[in-house]
Design a protein around this ligand. Structure first.
Ligand code: FES
Length: 320
């Protein structure tokens, strides 16, 4: 079961067209649990949904969490619920900060590639690098100027910033040219967050340019061509701490078997993007389906996201 905390919505601000920020403060204490740049929290919404939002403020602020929420009619309803029902003075249940998108703090130079609402975790990283007096620059891509959230905050850093608005430029940015022209090339660290097509292009361009220090965070699951998990064969799952042995029959999903057995585990997105259900793998070969880790991290098989993943071996041993 995941630990939650109650916070109060101190203020809500319109940051751009269809984007609001929520400034969340502690209810009774002076401070909130600390976080590292790139972290996110889960909002437990009154309609039962749990949705993850990146923290956008400086990690040195201990009295608030700032999140940005895009009103997205094509999403599963979490963002609409926040926009339509959450008001200043409301209390909200939140999960504690988790970080699947850590910042390398001693990079010689850092380049942030912002795609729309993907600005939020990157903004927190910019605050941190400014605090550390490390150099960085920003490429900010958005559909239009009026949709670009937190631009005023980025301007305050007074760093090299390349702005691109699709409607004004009549098309998407030339990512290959822009990244290829970065002084420092492969020695920089590159961070991107935004819509899936932008992230796919970023990964491809960084690979072509030989930029190994490329980091992304996805807000939505990657579509996989791999066969459906339900088509896999039967396997056993041994749970080290509870001593249970479960059978995942062919045609069933691990998450369903764990929930049915009332295994104490936290879930949030159930899409393999938030990291809430990460479990240590002690034996066996998971069939990784999350959108968080790189191929190398998957190959290491140290942990798995049990909400979406399955198993390639006849047996799995999990630290549960
Ligand atoms: S619940 Fe979000 S990754 Fe599994």
């Amino acid at each position: 079961m995941s630990i939650t905390k109650t916070v109060v919505v101190h203020s809500i601000k319109q940051e751009a067209k269809d984007v609001i920020s929520l400034d969340l403060r502690p209810c009774n204490e002076d401070s909130l649990p600390s976080f590292n740049a790139g972290a996110h929290i889960d909002l437990h919404l009154s309609n039962g949904m749990i949705r993850s939002y990146s923290l956008a403020n400086s990690p040195k602020e201990h009295n608030r969490y700032l999140i940005g929420v895009l009103r997205d009619p094509s999403s599963r309803g979490g963002s609409l619920h926040v926009h339509d029902t959450v008001r200043e003075g409301d209390t909200l249940e939140i999960g504690l900060p988790r970080n699947n998108f850590p910042l390398v703090e001693d990079a010689p130079h850092t380049v942030f590639v912002v795609g729309g609402i993907g600005v939020t975790p990157l903004l927190s990283m910019m605050h941190r690098l400014r605090q550390l007096e490390r150099s960085f620059e920003v490429m900010y891509f958005c559909r239009s100027r009026e949709s670009a959230a937190f631009l005023d905050k980025i301007r305050q850093f007074q760093v090299k910033t390349h702005l691109h608005f699709d409607d004004e430029a009549k098309g998407p940015p030339d990512l290959k040219r822009l990244l290829g022209e970065c002084a420092g090339g492969p020695s920089n660290h590159y961070y991107a967050c935004g819509p899936a097509p932008m992230l796919d292009a970023f990964v491809e361009v960084c690979r072509d340019l030989g930029y190994a220090n490329a980091h992304i965070e996805r807000f939505a699951a990657v579509k996989s061509d791999a066969p459906d998990l339900a088509e896999q064969q039967t396997y056993k799952v041994d749970l080290l701490r509870s001593g249970q042995t479960l059978t995942v029959d062919a045609g069933r999903k691990l998450i369903d078997v764990l929930v049915e057995a009332k295994v104490d585990i936290g879930f949030s997105c159930k899409e393999g993007v938030c990291g809430a259900c990460e479990v240590e793998v002690l034996e066996g070969t998971p069939d990784h389906r999350d959108s968080i880790y790189s191929p190398d991290e998957h190959a290491a098989n140290r942990t798995m996201m049990v909400c979406v993943s399955g198993c390639k071996s006849p047996r799995l041993v999990l630290n549960l």
